[in-house]
Design a protein around this ligand. Structure first.
Ligand code: FPP
Length: 234
């Protein structure tokens, strides 16, 4: 969700105003997923590196996160959106951690959308945490070292219960992944736009999806093998 700061700067307003506009764009993309039957959306709300931003900006973001959690969770639940969080939340203020835990306790068996907010998240840390979990299991004797493979590692990572992302969208003009879901993005289609996050709208998301729909995903195979792969996936 890149470009909040620049969006505010274009208007000669403080960066925090850009983040508030960014929160409104979150609602736009959630509504869009519901309309289009997209079942999983993961938003990079705050990276592990974002803690190093100026104190006043971090403070303003914390207040905004808390306000959004206080005001949006009931509505999201009503819309059958299951909310959860990935990342290291230990540095977040207690009020936010309590709200996160409360939101995750809501049981929604007929959820239409799983909305994951990556908060205090880093892709490298995710991989390191997974490695640590497996090392623990080796130490306690429930896993042999030779059982450490792509499958067991994937199971120990964040988002293990969701399919790998199909499409990655980065707004704000930068062409990089910035330590987002490093492991999970291995075969994800990447889509970049100069549009700043607060300016995101349905037309932009339509463009991203249309582009995605036109891509040939080969997963390391050749074109001629793809019909068989599609049959296997059924
Ligand atoms: C990146 O833009 C954005 C962030 C670090 C914060 C994202 C937060 C929100 C969109 C608001 C609340 C969202 C939720 C889900 C509660 P930037 O500040 O790096 O922009 P810049 O590159 O233009 O400076």
């Amino acid at each position: 969700m890149d470009g909040n700061g620049r969006w505010a700067k274009q208007r000669q307003r403080p960066r925090t105003l850009g983040h508030r506009a960014g929160a409104r764009a979150v609602r736009t993309v959630v509504e869009y997923c519901l309309k289009r039957g997209i079942g999983a959306l993961t938003l990079f709300a705050f990276s592990s590196e974002n803690w190093n931003r100026p104190e006043d900006e971090v403070g303003a973001l914390m207040r905004l996160f808390l306000r959004v959690l206080e005001s949006e969770v009931d509505e999201l639940t009503r819309q059958k959106v299951r909310l959860r969080f990935i990342g290291d939340r230990s540095r977040f203020p207690e009020a936010i951690r309590l709200r996160m835990a409360a939101a995750e306790r809501i049981v929604l068996p007929d959820a239409k959308l799983t909305l994951t907010l990556a908060a205090g998240y880093g892709g490298r840390a995710d991989i390191a945490r997974a490695a640590q979990k497996l090392a623990e299991r080796v130490r306690e004797g429930s896993l042999a070292p030779e059982q450490i493979n792509e499958a067991t590692l994937a199971e120990a990572m964040d988002l293990a219960d969701l399919p790998p992302p199909d499409l990655f969208i980065r707004t704000g003009g930068e062409h990089r992944i910035s330590n987002f879901l490093l492991w999970q993005l291995a075969y994800t289609e990447l889509w970049f736009t100069d549009v700043l996050w607060p300016d995101l709208d349905d037309a932009l998301l339509d463009n991203a999806l249309a582009d995605f729909a036109g891509r040939e995903r080969r997963f390391g195979l050749i074109s001629e093998q793809l019909p068989a792969l599609a049959l296997e996936a059924r």
